[in-house]
Design a protein around this ligand. Structure first.
Ligand code: NAP
Length: 266
């Protein structure tokens, strides 16, 4: 599995192990305690070093490495192509690729690169499974954590999202970690489609904060697509854990009204 230290990879590792899979976990920077462990591989998909050895005796690849804040052309497009070509040579039997709902409709360079990577995966000689999901709760919380440092929260409040628990996405991916490929699966969405205003208000309440939320009408096609709901899949509400339930797990309010951040649930 690539991207083993990421949000999804961290949720996948214990679930794959619990399902009795032997899981060599790969990323550029394995945790210190994992260095030297046979179950960890230092692997950078942009230079190909270690890819060949990492794929020895592997039946199924789950490719969860991505670089949304980095060079998506190098990591998500070229890195994915490099990995899948090496997987073909190595005789991998099934290549599973997590992806994102709406990437064909939302003009955003990261999503455009994810779509190109998906096409490369789909065209491969290896049987593949592509599983799109909506945004993870943890990802939205990370964005709000950043805004929360400001005295006023300027937000594009009308954007529509359908946040999902990463653990629920991981559970479905684990179900597909077999020798049987499914091609393109139905997308997986969270239980509710919510506006950014609603998500931010719930986040503010969970953290006992009182900062005002300021609507910022951002221009552009990307924002318009999110506003139109292109990042959601209301007909596929596979997730169960709501945003408020997830926030309640993440933040625990003590008696003196201070809020403690808990480890995010998997
Ligand atoms: N976040 C969301 O809300 C969301 C929603 C739907 C689908 N997805 C999809 O789920 C998958 C995982 O996303 P995520 O949110 O878990 O990502 P993430 O938290 O940003 O983690 C990215 C992972 O990729 C690794 N990585 C980055 N650059 C690399 C490189 N050059 N070579 C090898 N590994 C590299 C990182 O580890 P190192 O830095 O140690 O290399 C890390 O383990 C992606 O396909 C993403 O599109 C995400």
């Amino acid at each position: 599995m690539t991207g083993a230290t990421g949000t999804l990879g961290t949720a996948l590792r214990p679930r794959l192990t619990a399902a009795d899979h032997t899981v060599p976990a790969a990323s550029r920077s394995p945790p210190n305690e994992a260095k030297g462990s046979v179950n960890w591989v230092e692997l950078d998909v942009t230079d190909g070093s270690n890819i060949k050895s990492a794929l020895e005796n592997i039946d199924v690849v789950i490719h969860a490495a991505t670089a949304p804040q980095g060079d998506t052309a190098a990591v998500d497009v070229q890195g994915t192509k490099r990995l899948i070509e090496a997987a073909e040579v190595a005789g991998v039997e099934h290549f599973v690729y997590p992806s994102i709902v709406g990437i064909d409709d939302i003009p955003y360079s990261y999503y455009e690169h994810k779509a190109i990577a998906e096409t490369a995966v789909a065209k491969s000689d290896i049987p593949t499974t592509i599983i799109r999901s909506t945004q993870f709760h943890a990802f939205i919380a990370e964005l709000l954590d950043f805004v929360a440092k400001l005295p006023v929260w300027p937000l594009p409040t009308k954007l529509q999202l359908q946040p999902i628990d990463v653990g629920e996405v991981a559970d479905i991916i684990v179900e597909h970690a077999t020798l049987t490929a499914s091609g393109r699966t139905d997308p997986i969405g969270g239980p509710e489609v919510r506006s950014v205003r609603e998500l931010a208000r719930a986040y503010r309440a969970a953290r006992n904060l009182r900062r005002p939320i300021l609507h910022v009408p951002l221009p552009g096609d990307t924002v318009a697509a999110f506003r139109a709901g292109d990042a959601t899949c209301p007909d596929h509400r596979g997730g169960v854990l709501t945003w408020e339930e997830w926030l309640a797990q993440r933040y625990v309010t003590g008696p003196n009204e201070t809020t403690t951040q808990m480890e995010s649930s998997m």
